[in-house]
Design a binder for this molecule. Sequence first.
Ligand code: ATP
Length: 468
Amino acid sequence: MRDECVCDKHNQADIFVLVLKTQESVAKQLEKGILKFVNDVYHWLTATFFLWFMLAIYFDNIIPSALSVRKSIFYFLMPGYWTGKGGNKVEEGGCCCTGSVPALEHVTPDDEDVCEEENIVKEQTRGGRVESNVAVQIRGLVKTYPGMRKMDCCKCKKTSPFHAVKGSWMNVDKNRLFCLLGPNGAGKTTTIICLTGITPVTAGDASIYGYSIRSSAGLSNIRRIIGVGPQFDILWQELSGQEHLHLFASIKGLPPASIKSNAENSLAEVRLTGAAKVRAGSYSGGMKRRLSVAIALIGDPELTFWMNRLLHLNILPKEESKDFLTFVIPRDRAAFNNIQLGLTTLEEVFLNIVRQAELENSQAEGRLVTLTLTSGASVEEPQLRARFVGIPGSETAENPRGIMVEVYWETDDSGALRIAGHSPETLIPPSVRMSDYKISTSNSNSLGCNAQVRGIVIEPSQLSSANI
Ligand SMILES: Nc1ncnc2c1ncn2[C@@H]1O[C@H](COP(=O)(O)OP(=O)(O)OP(=O)(O)O)[C@@H](O)[C@H]1O
C-alpha cells in the first residue's frame, strides 16, 4: 500500500513537471510569435512611412496647382537636381479647372525713365550679358493668374485670367536699397513672390546674382542667398525665438556647426537674447517683428526682400485706378473738419516705418524718459522721438480729450536722445480717436495725484489730417 502510494506521488509529480514544461514552451512560442508579429508590424510601418514620405515629396513636386512651381515627372533623374547645377526648367502649375489665358499685348511705358531702363535691359539681354554690379535683372517678367472654374449651384462658373505683372524690365544694382512702390494691386507682391520662387512666372525671366528663376537648380541657389521679410509675421506660436532661428538656419542649409552661433548672433542683433527661449506666441508685436527681421537676415544673405504695407488713416482705398484713389471715411471719424492728402517723400516713408518700430519696441521694453512740463508736473514717455504727447488727467467736461504738447528732442554729447523742451500746451483735436486715447490712458492716474503718469504718444498722422 505504501509503495503504491509513493508510486502515485511520483507519477503526479512527473505529470506536474510535464504540464509545467509544456506551458513554458507554449508561452515561449507565444512570446516568440508575438515578438515576430510586433517586429513585422514595426518593419512594415517603417517601410510604408518611407514609401509614403517619398511619394509625398514626389507628388508635391510634380502635381500642378495654380500657384506652385511644377517640376517634370522625371526631375529626380536630372543630375542638376542633385548637384544644384543646370537643372530643369521651372514650369507654371495649372490644373484642369483653369481657364485659357489671353495673349498679353506689349505696352510701352509712359514714363521716360522706365522706358530707358527697359531699353537698357533689353539691350543687355540681346547681348546675353548681365553686368557684374547687377544683383537682380528682370527680363520681361509676366505673371498671369489663370481664370478658375468654380462649381456654383451645380453650374461651372469661370473667372477671367488676370495679368498681374505685364512684362517688367529692370536692373537692381548690388548693395543698393531699392524700393518698389505702387498702389494696391500694382503687382509688387506678385513680382517679389516670382523672384523668390514662391510662384512660377508665366513668361519672361529674371536672374538673381546670375541664377535664373526659371531653372529649378537656379531657384535652389537663389533660396540659399536671399532672405525674405514678409508683410505679416509668419511665426509658430509654440516655438521660441531660438527654435525659429535654428529651424530657418537649417532650411537655408547653413553648416550645422555654425547654426547655434548664427542664431545667437542674430538674436543679439535684434535685442532678443533675453527672450530667446520664450515662446513666440507670447512676444509683443515689436518683438515678433524683430524676430521676423532676424529670420530674414540669418546666414547673412546677399539680398533681402522686405514687404511692407503702408496705411493712411488706417483706411484702405475702396477703389483705385492709375489716376485716382477713393477712400470711404467711417462714421466714427466724421469729426474731421478737413481732410488733406499729400504726396510723401521716400525719406518720410522710411522714417515713418522706423518711428513705428521704435514706438513698438520702447513700449514693449518699457524704456521711458521723463518730460517735465512748464507747470511743474511731469509725465513719463517712451524714449523715442515721440513728437506729440497727450497728458493724462488733463481731460475736462468741456475738453474730454485733454491737452497735449509737442516735444523737442536733442542729442547729448554721448549721442543719447534727451528732451530739449516742449511747446505750449494745446487741446487735443477731435481727429485723435477717443478709442485709441482711452486704451493708452487706462493705467494712468490724474495729473494732480501722481506726477509720474504715462504720457500718450499721438501719431502725427492723426493730427495732420485735421485742421489744427
Ligand atoms: N492668386 C491670385 N489669383 C488671382 N488674382 C490675383 C492673385 N493674387 C493677386 N492677384 C491680383 O493680382 C493683382 C496684383 O496683386 P499684388 O498682390 O501683386 O499687388 P500689390 O501691388 O502687391 O498690392 P498690395 O499693395 O495690395 O499688396 C491684384 O489685382 C490682385 O487682385
